[in-house]
Design a binder for this molecule. Sequence first.
Ligand SMILES: [Ca+2]
Ligand SMILES: [Ca+2]
Ligand SMILES: [Ca+2]
Length: 276
Amino acid sequence: MSFSASLIALALAGAAPATAPQAPEFRQRAPEDEIVYFLLPDRFENGDPRNDTGGVKGDRLATGFDPAHKGFFHGGDLKGVIQRLDYIQSLGATAIWLSPVFKNKVVQGPKGNESAGYHGYWVTDFTQVDPHLGTNADFKALVDAAHARGMKVYMDILINHTADVIEMAECNGYDCAYRSRADYPYSRRTADGAAANPGFAGDAVATAENFARLTDPDFAYSVKIAPHERDIKVPAWLNDPIYYHNRGNSTFTGESSTMGDFVGLDDLMTENPRVI
Ligand SMILES: [Ca+2]
Ligand SMILES: [Ca+2]
Ligand SMILES: [Ca+2]
């Protein structure tokens, strides 16, 4: 009896198969041994035309969809990638690197020169697949299908910035010159020169206690956020401008290399342990 009871116990535990402790072969393969195929799902294969406009109605400035323009969504999606796994594997690839799949700000850019987040690098929601590309379930299906073939999937996850949501009162977001820590210290409000952030010991002291004293984000510019965009970022703490550098655009030299905005994209204050 005890033998068969053990068998039953094994069967009940059996959701995790008896072979579970052995990692699949693809997990044992070192990253340097992968042949990685990089792709933008939007530009690869359209597996479901119903998601082409991301569930939004209107023209391309609303939906982001215009396959005749290189700056807008073209219709490709995660279902399309699943359909073409045979092709990708036949090229000799052992892994796929997807451009970021998270939900993006659909359209941004100066008036008359707008483009869409087809490339995935303007994230607003780090918990959801962009509706132009499919659903979270589609992403799981893709990963499962790749693993079943012994292929890996690399996620591209942005930790430097989010979409361009924060604006500056003193300039147009695409023309905001970089304002350095030396010229615009954390301890002074830029608009009126009043003292700000008393007790903040600077961004080199990476403790929660120190950053709790950084409460006023208006040291270099006066930040502003359009009312309809105040809550669009997920997780919600990303909607607080105190977690960003807010010093204007990077010139890709010196301090601005890490603290400047990439052409207006809101640059996260990665010195803050909360952000990390
Ligand atoms: Ca599609
Ligand atoms: Ca911005
Ligand atoms: Ca940065």
